[in-house]
Design a protein around this ligand. Structure first.
Ligand SMILES: *Cc1c(COP(=O)(O)O)cnc(C)c1O
Length: 365
């Protein structure tokens, strides 16, 4: 089978150019006599790879100098636990806005802090994001946590919702950007901390990115092991222990690819076009396909949708596979379908999906 258009939510598709480069470097990297995955992380070759990845990520996201960048091993869920340890004193108030599954998951990682759910979309089935005026924020919270894009429920903070990013006054805003990082230009200085697991928009699974305002790192936080201390990680260049070198290297290639393609302004444009194509196919189907999310917060990255009759789901997925469209089965929490449209997904892939959906409807509608 040739490479299909892969709509998997994560681990997700990577740019073909990145995979080809990784393939070429697999046996031997840059005249070093060994693959990058076989070298010491403390050697000059890998240090060059790691530092270039940071420099490129800083350029891609226009990260100001007063922000540190960490590349911790592990996923976004790990960071959800570590941010509370690193930035909240024992028993201190932390505010969470829950707009879907991953916001709820973030709550589960909290121990020894005083959790305030400042707003939640759960009563409405996570089809919207509560208006900013309804949030009940605390004056003394260590931070306010949001999920910039909810990967399963398909809910994203979009400009149509109101002021994005939301104002949180003196309390720093922490955001889980796992499924939408680098899909549009953002003003990093509006955030205290941004984190993302790499496997959706940035590269392979096993490594995360944490972008944090340096002065916040001075906070004491909770007693924690050195390996969980972001300050130590920063001093050790995220190499207190052996980092996932291969993942870091492929992440670097992916960031480089995004810069070469035109950066976040270009991915913003493409994301608009991809989302427009897919939502038009859904909304124009006369109810054969359905997306239930409030239009002002519909995600451009993850589009959950349902067929009018779920007895057709299996035939839809089989036909999609035959048409070279894979990874469309919805998350078990919601069922139905989900198309993930991360940066590596070309507009042509979404056009092919929209065409297939219309053709499937003609046969079964
Ligand atoms: C995938 C995802 C996570 C969990 O990531 P892991 O790397 O599996 O821990 C958390 N938040 C969001 C928004 C996600 O999309």
């Amino acid at each position: 089978m040739a490479r299909a258009y892969n709509f998997s939510p994560g681990p997700a598709m990577l740019p073909e150019a990145v995979l080809r480069q990784a393939q070429a470097d697999m046996l031997e990297w840059g005249g070093a006599g060994a693959s990058i995955v076989e070298m010491s992380h403390r050697g000059p070759e890998f240090l060059q790879v790691a530092r270039q990845a940071e420099a490129d990520l800083r350029e891609l996201l226009a990260i100001p100098d007063d922000y540190a960048v960490l590349f911790p091993a592990g996923g976004a869920t790990t960071q959800q636990a570590l941010i509370a340890l690193n930035f909240a004193d024992p028993g201190q108030r932390v505010d969470y806005v829950v707009s879907g599954h991953w916001g709820r998951t973030a709550l589960k990682q909290l121990v020894s802090v005083d959790v305030n759910v400042a707003a939640s979309g759960e009563a409405g089935g996570f089809r919207g994001i509560p208006a900013r005026e309804e949030w009940r924020l605390s004056d003394d919270a260590a931070y306010v946590h949001i999920t910039a894009n909810e990967t399963i429920h398909g809910v994203e903070f979009r400009p149509a919702w109101g002021h994005v990013p939301p104002e949180t006054g003196k309390v720093p805003l922490f955001a889980d950007f796992s499924s939408s990082i680098a899909s549009e230009p953002i003003d990093v200085s509006k955030y205290g901390l941004i984190y993302a697991g790499a496997q959706k928009n940035l590269g392979p699974v096993g490594i995360s990115v944490v972008i944090v305002r340096r002065d916040l790192l001075e906070r004491a936080g909770q007693p924690r092991a050195d390996i969980f201390d972001y300050r130590s990680q920063l001093k050790g260049e995220s190499m207190l222990n052996t980092p996932p070198t291969w993942n870091w290297y492929v992440l670097g290639l992916t960031v480089r690819w995004m810069l070469d393609e035109g950066g976040t302004a270009e991915f913003d444009r493409r994301s608009d076009e991809k989302a427009r194509l897919l939502y038009a196919a859904i909304d124009g189907s006369g109810g054969f396909y359905r997306n239930d999310v409030d239009a002002s917060v519909r995600s451009r990255m993850n589009v959950p949708f349902f067929l009018v009759d779920q007895a057709l789901d299996a035939a839809f997925l089989d036909g999609a596979r035959e048409a070279g469209l894979i990874g469309l089965k919805g998350h078990r929490v919601l069922g139905g379908m989900r198309a993930s449209l991360y940066n590596p997904m070309p507009v042509a892939g979404v056009q092919a999906l929209a065409d297939y959906m219309r053709e499937f409807q003609k046969r079964h509608g």
